[in-house]
Write a protein that binds this ligand. Structure first.
Ligand code: NAD
Length: 256
C-alpha cells in the first residue's frame, strides 16, 4: 500500500530539483502525478521515466493553469493534491534591485502560488491537499535576497488564509520552509556540464557546516519526504502551518 494510492497530484516546477524528487516519491507512493514546468524537454523525459503526465505550465499564466487542470482531469478524472514548488531566486541588495527584477520574482513565486490555489482548489474534491513551497527566508531575513524573501513571507500569508478559507471543504493547506537544499538553485554547477557538481556539493557542505547545526546542505529527497507527509493522511489534522526543514539553521546561533 502506498501512502498516496488513488490520489492525483500536480507538482509545479517538477522538471528538476525538489519538484522532481517530489514527483518521483509520489509515484512510488502510488499517486498519479502531473509534472508541470516551463522546462519541457526535461519535464517530458521525467514524466516518461516515472509514468506521469507532463503539462507545460508557466505558473504566472492563468490560462496555463486552466490547461493543467483540464489535462489532469481528462487524464485521471480528478485532482487531489497540488504542490506549488516552482520558484526563482535572484541575488541583489534591496537598494540595487530593479523594479522589473522584483516584479519578476513576485510573479513567479507569489502570483504563481496564488494562481495555483485559485485554479486548482475549485477542481478538488473535499479532502484535498495543497503544499506551498516557501523557504527559510519566509521565516527570517537574509541579506541579498530581499525580493525573494518578501515573496516567501507572502507565501506563508497565502497558506494561512487559504487554510482558513478552504477548511470547510476539508482541503488542507500547509507550507514548507526549506533551508539550503542541494539543487540547481543553490548549486548552479548542476547546470554546467563542464563543472564538477559533486565537488561543488562538497564545497557547499563545508560552507554550511559553519552555520547549519546538522553540518551540511539538505537534499531534495529530504524535502520530498516532508511534501509526502503534508500530502498524505499522515498529516490529517494539520493545516495552515509552516514546516521548517533546514538542519537546525533557524534554531539560533551557537557560541560554543
Ligand atoms: P530549481 O531551480 O532546481 O527548481 C525550480 C523549478 O521551478 C525548475 O524546474 C524551474 O524550471 C521551475 N520554474 C521556474 N520558473 C517557473 C515558471 N514560471 N513556471 C513553472 N515552473 C517554473 O530549484 P529548487 O531548489 O528545486 O526549487 C524548488 C522550490 O524550493 C522553489 O520554490 C525554491 O524557491 C524553493 N527553495 C529552494 C531552496 C534551495 O536552497 N534550493 C531553499 C528554500 C526554498
Amino acid at each position: 500500500m502506498g501512502k498516496l494510492d488513488g490520489r492525483v497530484v500536480i507538482v509545479t516546477g517538477a522538471a528538476r530539483g525538489q519538484g522532481e524528487q517530489e514527483a518521483r516519491l509520489f509515484r512510488e507512493e502510488g499517486a498519479e502525478v502531473v509534472v508541470a514546468d516551463v522546462l519541457d524537454d526535461q519535464g517530458q523525459d521525467l514524466a516518461k521515466e516515472i509514468g506521469a503526465l507532463y503539462v507545460h505550465l508557466d505558473v504566472r499564466r492563468e490560462d496555463d493553469w486552466r490547461r493543467v487542470v483540464a489535462s489532469a482531469t481528462d487524464a485521471y478524472g480528478r485532482i487531489d493534491g497540488l504542490v506549488n514548488n516552482a520558484g526563482i531566486l535572484r541575488f541583489n541588495t534591496l537598494l540595487d534591485t530593479p523594479v522589473d527584477e522584483f516584479m519578476q520574482i513576485v510573479e513567479v513565486n507569489q502570483v504563481g502560488c496564488f494562481l495555483g490555489i485559485k485554479t486548482v482548489a475549485p477542481a478538488m474534491p473535499d479532502g484535498g491537499t495543497i503544499v506551498n513551497t516557501a523557504s527559510y527566508t519566509g521565516m527570517t531575513g537574509m541579506a541579498a535576497v530581499g525580493a525573494y524573501a518578501a515573496t516567501k513571507h507572502a507565501i506563508l500569508g497565502l497558506t494561512r488564509v487559504a487554510a482558513l478559507e478552504l477548511a470547510a471543504r476539508k482541503i488542507r493547506v500547509n507550507a514548507m520552509c526549506p533551508g539550503a537544499i542541494d539543487t540547481a538553485m543553490s548549486n548552479p554547477a548542476q547546470l554546467d556540464p563542464a563543472a564538477d557538481a559533486e565537488e561543488a556539493s562538497r564545497g557547499l557542505d563545508r560552507f554550511y557546516r559553519k552555520v547549519v547545526p546538522l553540518g551540511r546542505i539538505g537534499k531534495p529527497e529530504e524535502v520530498a519526504r516532508l511534501a509526502l507527509f503534508l500530502t498524505s493522511d499522515d498529516s490529517s489534522y494539520i493545516t495552515g502551518q509552516p514546516f521548517v526543514i533546514d538542519g537546525g539553521w533557524l534554531a539560533g546561533v551557537s557560541i560554543v
